[in-house]
Each structure stands twice: as C-alpha cells, then as structure tokens.
Design a protein around this ligand. Structure first.
Ligand SMILES: Cc1cc2nc3c(=O)[nH]c(=O)nc-3n(C[C@H](O)[C@H](O)[C@H](O)COP(=O)(O)OP(=O)(O)OC[C@H]3O[C@@H](n4cnc5c(N)ncnc54)[C@H](O)[C@@H]3O)c2cc1C
Length: 249
C-alpha cells in the first residue's frame, strides 16, 4: 500500500523513491560524491540520512544507510560514499554505477543528529574519516542560510590524501574554524607529528564546555565512542553531545 513520505521524516514510514545518478566527483582515491536526481524529494535537514537499496537481477537486495552530504536543494541530493574493499554496496556505488543508472532510496531519516539553522548556539563538529559527510552538510547549510552561529570543525584523517571536500574546507569562512588531525602521515612541513585525536586537540580546537556548544560527532564506532567520552570528561553536557556511528572502528 502506498504511503505518503513524511517531509523532514522523523519517525514516519517512508516510501522508496527512484534516484538516478546525475554526476559524480572523486573526493579521494577511495571516496566518491554522487549527485542524484530524486524527483519529488521532500527536502531535509543537515545531518539526516537516507537508506539506499540495490536490487540484483535475481532479485537479491542489499540496503545501507548514507548521510546526506549537502543541504536540501530541490530534487538534487548528494551522498559521499567511502569504498570498503570487501564491501557489498559501497564498491558498486563508487565504481560501477553509471550516469543515468536508477536505484532506490528512501528518506530523509533521523531527527536527533541534525543542525537546525535557527539555532544560534556554537557548534563543535568532530569527524573521523567518512564521518565528515553529514558535518559538511551542516557547514554548507550554515553558509546557505547566512547563520552567524560560530562553528569549529575537528577532522581526523589518516593522511592528507584522505581529506574529503579539501578545497571547500581550505577556503576561509568567517566564523568557521577548521582543524585537521592526521593519524598516520602529516603534510610536509606540519608542526605536529601524526597522532590520534585526544584531550589536547579538543581543548585547543574545540569550544570550552561553559559555552554550551552543540557537539556533533560522526565516524567509525570506536572513534565516536572515544570522542564522546572525552567530551563528557571535559564537562560537556551529555544532552548536547550528538553522535552518529557509521560502522566498525
Ligand atoms: C546513519 C549512517 C550513515 C552512514 N553514512 C555514510 C556515508 O555518508 N558515507 C559512507 O561511506 N558510509 C556511510 N555509512 C556506512 C554505510 O552504511 C555502509 O556501512 C558502508 O558503506 C559499508 O557498506 P558495504 O556494503 O560496502 O560493506 P559491507 O558489505 O556491509 O561490509 C564489508 C566489511 O566492511 C566492514 N564495514 C562496514 N561498514 C564499514 C565502515 N563504515 N567502515 C569500515 N568498515 C566497514 C564490515 O564490518 C565488513 O567487514 C553510514 C552508516 C550509518 C549507520
């Protein structure tokens, strides 16, 4: 039975829609942004995600969640997918899908891990690897609506080659601080040796807990749990620490 999609869908049941690949852009050697046309897309908030469903010729189906990588803009939806070597869905999305190819998608999904443009509170974004995707949508949404909420992004990546949206993040924007933390290889001439994100970086590049920032932490499960614990240890209010786990550490 057909049901109406819930715009901004928080809890309601959502219909599958047909999306078509309209274009793509490689972010890193293993991550690709997919530009999709989704007729009738109801719009979404930065931080929400969709479910993608692929159906093989023999009827076998695979379904995975992917964050919306950009703010709402008509029927156009952007996802950025990290290819997992032995994965079922991500290699297809990043390597095999051709322009015009259809597949199914439903959403938007999620009402907690979202940034609302009317909220003037400071924002602390902390990403590990592909966890940057929904946080990039929040940065883009801030710019689109002309918000003056101060944003800080701490983005942990293995090497300089693993940075998504590198040009965008390099472009200075008033009210937005971006700090990259390299865990395996730092760029030539970097003052800090590679290492894991810890209390020192959160202290130096995050907001003090007294500023009551909204914190959004996204990435592999182990990364998210470690960072959330550090934020709580620094005195951040648990109700303001929002997390999204993408999968194994
Ligand atoms: C809410 C939500 C939003 C997400 N948004 C994004 C997004 O924007 N971009 C994106 O690339 N992914 C995102 N993911 C992860 C995505 O849903 C898939 O899990 C991922 O693409 C792997 O799927 P696969 O079919 O290729 O691998 P699978 O066949 O499911 O798994 C293959 C192997 O890889 C491991 N694995 C699975 N997921 C990951 C992972 N994320 N990192 C490392 N190893 C993994 C599995 O344990 C298994 O060993 C999101 C997940 C959630 C829950």
């Amino acid at each position: 039975m057909a049901r109406a999609a819930v715009p901004g869908g928080l809890m309601g049941r959502l219909d599958w829609r047909v999306a078509r690949l309209a274009g793509h852009r490689d972010e890193t050697p293993t991550a690709r942004t997919l530009l999709l046309d989704v007729p009738g897309w109801p719009g979404h908030l930065a931080g929400q995600h969709v479910d993608v469903r692929l159906t093989a010729q023999d009827g076998y189906r695979a379904e995975r969640p992917y964050s919306l990588a950009a703010p709402s803009g008509g029927d156009r939806v952007e996802l950025t997918v990290q290819r997992i070597g032995d994965g079922e869905v991500s290699p297809f999305l990043t390597e095999e899908m051709r322009i015009g190819d259809p597949f199914e998608l439903r959403g938007p999904i999620g009402g907690w891990f979202v940034w609302r443009p009317a909220d003037p509170a400071p924002v602390l974004l902390i990403a590990g690897g592909s966890g940057i995707v929904p946080l990039r949508a929040m940065l883009r949404a801030r710019e689109e609506v002309g918000s003056r909420a101060p944003f800080r992004l701490i983005y942990s990546v293995r090497t300089p080659e693993d940075v998504y949206y590198a040009d965008e993040l390099r472009t200075p924007r008033p009210g937005v601080d971006v700090r990259l933390v390299y865990t395996r290889k730092a760029p030539d001439g970097a003052r800090t040796a590679p290492g894991r994100l810890g209390l020192a970086e959160l202290n130096s590049h995050g907001w003090p807990a007294e500023f009551a920032p909204n914190c959004f932490v996204c990435g592999p499960t182990g990364f998210v749990e470690t960072v959330a614990d550090l934020l709580l240890a620094l005195g951040h209010d648990a109700r303001r620490v929002r997390t999204e786990r993408f999968g194994p550490a």
